[in-house]
Write a protein that binds this ligand. Structure first.
Ligand code: GLU
Length: 423
């Protein structure tokens, strides 16, 4: 099947419509979920170090607030656009509903390659972007967090800018902050940790011993890198790892600490990594390499009709948001490959964001044991809810997750007196 130009928002709508239909919903009952409640596009003038002014485009899209304040990360990426951010905002609504935390969904993005900016330029970009979205964010309103190419440091700048305008410190306006200024311990690694919790649970459910599987991970950023480290530390064999430059493969297992150490210098990339017995792969070879568990942990639109037929993994754990296209999903389903969808698999980040927000409201700090224990409890509960729904409706984990999410959001909307908080 020939794929049309990939539009993540269309991709999201396909899955939403199919899941809503399987749930027996009328279009009018979930129609509002097909549109974001609010879309904001902003221009961000930045004075560059050479004195020139460059204007960047940014977005904040608020998809749904039936279950609580909007929640979702901000990404910096040269390919970011409104359709991507709209899709990502909807996925946040579904994700928060699947793990049953009291949030709606939102997402932000700035069309910029942050590797081309100096640190000072990035600070100025972040501060100006924050002032542009300031009227629509806030600790009770919409709470940003890190995403692709943003981190705790960037959240600190956002918190500071917001607080300057309010005239007092407002730590709860963002999550994923450094611990010293109100961040939660365990937040940075929470997404990767959640991915491993879900992966192990899925393998056990399928009767596959997690200790004897070969894992392949696309993306060695915060999420993929952390998942790789946790799996490696518990004795799992990671045969392949990739980043934007390409991948590396070793049949009897890569030395993940050595690779992480190498990549900690941001000038390095996997294409140039050398290790004993390590083979180099293209991105396509990485996705289709011989492995049991494939963990896409990079960007959208990676598993497509072009490669889905050749994927060798038995299980795919979606650590990235939206890595699989609708067409690829159908191929994987026909081939009996189990896909644990993004809105379940990568929800660990927003779950610990929620803990951070709760700690900020209470002016309390939990310890790491409390954070990780509660994270695991919530992730496993969500896994079981999705698995039960998928079994009951005799469908895939993706459909099961969407059905759990849509049901919860639509119910919240009805309880507020209208189909999905409609006036
Ligand atoms: N950016 C992360 C995600 O896609 C985390 C969002 C958050 O913590 O609000 O789930």
């Amino acid at each position: 099947m020939k794929e049309q130009a990939y539009n993540p928002y269309e991709n999201m709508l396909h899955v939403l419509d199919e899941a809503a239909e399987k749930l027996g919903l009328q279009r009018s009952e979930y129609e509002t979920l097909r549109y974001p409640e609010r879309e904001l596009t902003v221009s961000i003038p930045v004075k560059m170090d050479n004195g020139e002014i460059r204007v960047f485009e940014g977005y904040r899209v608020q998809h749904n607030s039936a279950r609580g304040p909007y929640k979702g990360g901000i990404r910096y990426h040269q390919d970011s656009d409104l359709n991507e951010v709209k899709a990502l905002s909807a996925w946040m609504s579904f994700k928060c509903a699947v793990v049953n935390i009291p949030y709606g969904g939102a997402k932000g993005g700035v069309k910029v390659d942050p590797r081309e900016l100096s640190r000072e330029e990035l600070i100025r970009l972040t501060r100006r972007y924050t002032t542009r979205i300031l009227p629509v964010i806030g600790p009770d309103q919409d709470i940003p967090a890190p995403d692709v190419n943003t981190n705790g440091e960037v959240m600190g700048w956002i918190m500071d800018t917001y607080s300057m305008f309010k005239g007092h410190a407002v730590p709860g306006v963002v999550t994923g902050k450094p611990v010293e200024i109100g961040g939660s311990i365990g937040r940075t690694e929470a997404t990767g940790r959640g991915v491993t919790i879900i992966a192990l649970q899925c393998l056990e459910n399928m009767g596959m011993d997690p200790d004897t599987q070969a894992y392949a991970i696309q993306g060695m950023g915060n999420v993929g890198g952390t998942a790789a480290r946790i799996l490696y530390e518990s004795g799992k064999k990671i045969v392949a790892a990739g980043d934007y430059s390409g991948g590396v493969y070793k049949e009897d297992g890569l030395d993940i600490p050595q690779i992480s150490q190498y990549l900690s210098d941001k000038k390095n990339c996997l294409k140039n990594y050398q290790g004993e017995g390590v083979k180099h792969l293209t991105n396509d070879e990485l996705l289709t390499c011989k492995c049991d568990v494939l963990i896409p942990a990079a960007l959208e639109n990676q598993i497509t009709a072009d490669n889905a037929e050749r994927i060798q993994a038995k299980v795919i754990i979606e650590a990235a948001n939206g890595p699989t296209t609708v067409e690829a999903d159908k191929i994987l389903e026909r081939r009996g490959i189990v896909v644990v969808p993004d809105i379940l698999a990568n929800a660990g980040g927003v779950v610990v964001s929620y803990f951070e927000w709760v700690q900020n409201i209470q002016s309390m700090a939990w310890d790491l044991e409390e954070v990780n224990k509660t994270l695991k409890k919530i992730m496993l509960k969500a896994y079981n809810d999705v698995d039960a729904m998928a079994k009951e409706k005799n469908t895939t984990m993706r459909m099961g997750a969407y059905m759990v999410a849509i049901d919860r959001i639509v119910t919240a909307g009805k309880l507020r007196g209208g189909p999905i908080s409609m006036a």
